[in-house]
Design a protein around this ligand. Structure first.
Ligand SMILES: C[S@@+](CC[C@H](N)C(=O)[O-])C[C@H]1O[C@@H](n2cnc3c(N)ncnc32)[C@H](O)[C@@H]1O
Ligand SMILES: *[C@@H]1O[C@H](CO)[C@@H](O)[C@H](O)[C@H]1NC(C)=O
Ligand SMILES: *[C@@H]1O[C@H](CO)[C@@H](O)[C@H](O)[C@H]1NC(C)=O
Length: 284
């Protein structure tokens, strides 16, 4: 009968095989070094291009690895996601991209905007830690909201009686009088002009949840106060819900709605800075 342990019975066989492996490995490694990697792949053949092709987009490689090995995918559909991706591509340069919410889509947004600045604002500090544990290079901050979903109707009917909420006066940093203003964000959020703003948080599906009222209002104020050229692209998810829809119509304006798919609306809001709109009595 043939023994399955042929290698153990014939130690010389093992020695020869090992010597072959080591010798072969040495030969190949010398070859690779002298031929400057020709054998491996053409990308690494020119030394200068190695860093260009690999070092500038590690985030995208990370995202591919993440989504290829994860069973949890982002909640937005491909047609919803494509609207934002198309805008990022059409801008044609790295963008300033502000995202309300931190979730399974975050690594995707950050890698779509690789080379740009993508900042995430999240209500739940524990969820921030949870997400950053697996994706430490995401840039995220915790935000405290001063509103609750159940106050949405009151906020909408009363904001015009608070001078600091009026479109002609509205600002964010330190604006405690206007409850719709996100007045306590990290400085870097106020210091940048945002090319794109995605509103897919905070939660707005139970009465005590913060709701998206303040995020929508604040995105409108940021867009109006933009000093750079071009408009601000604002994307709002879950517009099948009443509060999202009504606040969008009040602050982001149907006339600035340029695209949409599924539960996502895309607005392009022109700056009101030094235009006659800056004195208007209403946002829309
Ligand atoms: C409204 S969901 C949408 C997220 C995003 N569109 C996605 O695909 O993941 C995002 C918010 O849900 C909250 N959240 C809490 N637990 C979560 C979980 N296990 N998965 C995703 N989001 C969670 C976070 O506050 C987060 O900002
Ligand atoms: C709307 O979005 C879709 C999907 O990204 C895109 O193909 C289309 O060109 C967009 N339309 C406009 C008017 O931007
Ligand atoms: C504001 O006015 C200045 C000077 O007239 C102009 O250069 C700038 O483009 C304007 N900004 C906007 C956002 O319209």
């Amino acid at each position: 009968m043939k023994s399955p342990y042929i290698f153990l019975e014939r130690p010389w066989f093992v020695v020869v095989a090992l010597a072959g492996l080591i010798g072969g490995g040495f030969l190949i490694s010398t070859w690779i070094r002298t031929s400057d990697g020709f054998l491996l792949c053409p990308l690494v053949s020119a030394k200068g291009r190695v860093s260009e092709n690999y070092d500038t987009k590690p985030l995208q490689l990370k995202a591919i690895l993440h989504y290829a090995t994860s069973t949890i995918v982002p909640q937005q559909s491909i047609s919803e996601i494509s609207i934002t991706l198309d805008v990022l591509k059409s801008v044609g340069r790295p963008c300033n991209f502000l995202v309300f919410g931190l979730g399974h889509d975050s690594l995707m947004w950050a890698s779509f905007n690789s080379g740009g600045t993508t900042i995430f604002l999240e209500e739940d500090p524990k969820w921030v830690q949870n997400v950053l544990k697996d994706a430490p290079n995401l840039h995220a901050h915790t935000v405290q909201y001063r509103t609750q979903l159940q106050q949405a109707d009151d906020l909408l009917s009363s904001y015009l009686s608070e001078p600091n909420c009026l479109p002609s006066n509205a600002y964010l940093r330190g604006n405690r009088q206007c409850k719709l203003a996100l007045e306590n964000l990290p400085e870097e959020v106020y210091d940048k002009e945002w090319d794109l703003i995605m509103i897919d948080a905070p939660r707005g599906y139970f009465p005590e949840a913060p709701g998206r009222m303040a995020a929508i209002f604040s995105a409108a104020v940021m867009s109006r106060n933009r000093k750079g050229s071009g408009g601000t692209h604002v994307f709002l998810h879950d517009v099948d819900r009443k509060v999202e829809k009504v606040f969008a119509e009040e602050f982001l304006c149907k006339k600035f709605l340029v695209n949409g798919s599924g539960r996502l609306w895309h607005f392009e809001i022109p700056s009101a800075y030094n235009t006659s709109r800056s004195n208007a009595a209403r946002f829309c």
